[in-house]
Design a protein. Structure first.
Length: 224
């Protein structure tokens, strides 16, 4: 996959709709607008990670506020304790970018680095942001497994693979929770339901489903 200058991602303004949205975004109750990150949110984690977890996009009052993926919102509140239990994080809670959270064997980012209205990036916004995803992947020399949270992240990652001729047909890789594919480049892709508050509240994703999936991911990382 091609490289891209990750150092510029926080200054990227390529998606005008997302720039307009963040300009208008009112802070959540109890917060001040000047405390919000309100810029593209880069990934973070273990540079020697074997596992790369890709979400959809920053939450309006989570990652877009704190500047770190899945930090300060319901999706992270659900996920980080489970990642801790699975040995991928040194602590259960993720409240701010300087809270001491360290990921182990795991790197986390989003398919789209800027917060979208209604959590729905447009096709063009996924496309604009894919070079950053490729650059993040290129910086992980030990990578074995990509975990995608939700269909949007899965589709964008598979489109990236198609664009780089890693795969030949998107139709060979349908999305389903728990689906896993060994790609021709030797990496595994594992699909997971998103850990959004909506999916948690409706029971689409449960703690046990996520723990079971991450156990499988650990096995793939260790035994391929
Ligand atoms: S979503 Fe990605 S490509 Fe679009 S402005 Fe943000 S960082 Fe740039």
């Amino acid at each position: 996959m091609t490289d891209y200058d990750l150092n510029t991602v926080v200054a990227c303004t390529r998606c005008s709709r997302l720039m307009d949205y963040v300009d208008r975004l009112a802070p959540a109750k109890g917060h001040r607008r000047e405390d919000y990150w309100n810029r593209p949110v880069p990934g973070f984690g273990d540079p020697l990670a074997r596992v790369f977890l890709i979400g959809l996009a920053p939450g309006a009052h989570g990652a877009n506020r704190t500047g770190r993926p899945f930090t300060g919102d319901g999706a992270g509140d659900f996920m980080y304790p489970l990642l801790h239990a699975a040995g991928f994080a040194n602590r259960q809670a993720a409240a701010s970018a300087d809270d001491g959270l360290v990921l182990q064997d795991l790197y986390i980012s989003n398919a789209v680095k800027c917060v979208p209205p209604q959590n729905k990036p447009l096709t063009a916004e996924f496309k604009h942001c894919r070079p950053y995803l490729a650059a993040e992947q290129a910086r992980l020399p030990n990578l074995k497994v990509i975990v995608t949270l939700g269909r949007g992240a899965f589709d964008s990652y598979m489109r990236l693979c198609l664009d780089h001729a890693v795969i030949q047909r998107l139709g060979d890789y349908p999305f389903a929770h728990g689906a896993r594919y060994l790609l021709p480049d030797g990496l595994w892709v594992v699909a997971c339901y998103h850990t959004s508050r909506y999916n948690v509240n409706t029971g689409r994703i449960t703690e046990q489903l996520f723990i079971d999936l991450m156990e499988q991911v650990r096995g793939l990382a260790e035994n391929g």
